[in-house]
Design a binder for this molecule. Structure first.
Ligand SMILES: [Ca+2]
Ligand SMILES: [Ca+2]
Ligand SMILES: [Ca+2]
Ligand SMILES: [Ca+2]
Length: 424
């Protein structure tokens, strides 16, 4: 008890001393144009207040010295600006008040104490829709709990070389995060979502105007941890506006309800032979909010004998998913059902372009709010990917987004210019 009190007094004295030094150094500030100095770690958001109370003041913030272009400056006409940098070193911010007085702030950016991971740190949520690879990627057995499956999903995705997981049919999703904030560098793409998309090397249609092959667009959402509680909250999410978001056939606020497989429609498992292409059977009924209903067919072309319904949700008789539904992108280029080409959207989706293609890389500046209006985020901590397609492709079965990881492009030293999408 005595000891505790001693430490308390010691800490109190120390705090008072620090406080005194801090006050006296700002009192002695030789230049009224100089603001305080700031110290911050790489990839952390710093908020700097211009420090005036005049309600009529106008503010114009800028970075006037930097060690590299890998930084973000957000809210540049507000009293409080947000700054974050990837590379350690000395930076200078300046704010011009009422277009006349300029005030300068030094920011010392230090290396992180423990090296950041360039890849996913943690999977927060995994809710796939029914599909032919569910209970397989990752595996789940009858009786598995959600917690077990989430742990398994972490072992698949939260590492440098990830393994594939399937999101199933429309709406199925995964939410993951990083151990740092991915900085939104101006004019550059900031992160990549890894899937298993590939370009067809033998499209039967040589005149196809678009790139295609296996492209199963997952819609991407991003979140900046505004309230710093370490988890993504509902009001922190923004959707990345990809190339298909403005297309006429895109349905915003699409909603789909899957129904537990109808026992009268369920076929004998493994009934297909692998050589007979169309042994598919109506399997899981869905009803959407566009007055349409149909079935996800059970795909027997590969002797699928597994359950499509997530086994850890066997006590739920319906599963509801919401989001942006993208236009169907598959074309049977053979005309006989043997060769489907899924055409890629130009940019902005997961599992849509190969992992070594620039179009699997995203710019945080493509994020928009619920009204489709551009938002300016200093960086992001979390990413959500959901399947944006509700589509059957013959013997290929339903279109399902796969994910095998995600990376911070700046930490990896990948310099990929953005596409300007907002000034068109
Ligand atoms: Ca950017
Ligand atoms: Ca949060
Ligand atoms: Ca797939
Ligand atoms: Ca895929």
């Amino acid at each position: 008890m005595k000891k505790t009190r001693f430490y308390f007094r010691y800490v109190l004295v120390l705090l008072l001393t620090i406080g005194f030094i801090a006050c006296s150094s700002s009192d002695d500030d030789p230049d009224p144009g100089e603001g305080a100095d700031f110290r911050i770690e790489s990839c952390k958001i710093l908020t700097v207040d211009a420090g005036v109370t005049n309600g009529n003041a106008s503010f114009e913030w800028a970075v006037t010295k930097s060690v590299s272009g890998k930084y973000s400056l957000t809210n540049t006409t507000a009293k409080e600006v947000m700054f974050a940098a990837v590379d350690p070193g000395e930076y200078e911010l300046s704010v011009t008040l009422n277009s006349t007085d300029t005030k300068k702030f030094k920011v010392y950016v230090s290396d992180e104490s423990k090296a950041y991971k360039t890849y996913i740190n943690k999977v927060y949520d995994f809710k796939p829709a029914p599909g032919q690879f569910i209970n397989d990627l990752p595996p789940a057995v009858v009786g598995d709990s959600y917690e077990n499956v989430l742990r398994r999903t972490n072992t698949y995705l939260a590492k440098e070389k990830g393994d594939l997981i399937s999101l199933g049919g429309f709406g199925g999703y995964v939410v993951f995060g990083f151990d740092h904030t991915i900085v939104n560098v101006k004019g550059k793409r900031d992160f990549r979502v890894l899937g298993n998309a590939f370009w067809a090397d033998a499209n039967p249609n040589p005149d196809a105007p678009l790139r295609g092959g296996s492209s199963e667009a997952g819609v991407i959402m991003v979140a900046y941890d505004v309230n710093k509680n370490g988890v993504p909250d509902d009001d922190e999410w923004y959707e990345i506006k990809g190339a298909a978001h403005d297309m006429a056939k895109t349905v915003l606020n699409y909603e789909l309800i899957y129904h537990w497989p109808d026992p009268n429609k369920t076929p004998v498992p493994g009934g297909g032979t692998g050589t007979v292409l169309f042994t598919d059977v109506e399997y899981i009924k869905w009803i959407d909010n566009q007055e349409k209903t149909d079935y996800m067919w059970q795909n027997n072309a590969y002797n699928h004998s597994i359950d499509y319904w997530p086994r850890w949700q066997n006590n739920e008789k319906t599963l509801t998913f919401k989001g942006t539904r993208l236009p169907d992108n598959a074309v049977d280029e053979s005309g006989t059902g043997t060769y489907y080409v899924q055409y890629a959207f130009a940019y902005g989706y997961a599992d849509n372009a190969p992992n070594n293609d620039n179009e699997s890389a995203m710019d945080i500046d493509w994020a928009m709010d619920k009204n489709g209006k551009r938002v300016h985020l200093p960086g992001i901590d979390f990413v959500k990917v959901y399947n944006g397609l509700n589509q059957q492709c013959g013997w290929l079965g339903e279109t399902s987004t796969e994910i095998m990881g995600a990376t911070d492009l700046h930490l990896r030293g990948e310099d990929i210019p953005t596409r300007e999408i907002w000034n068109k």
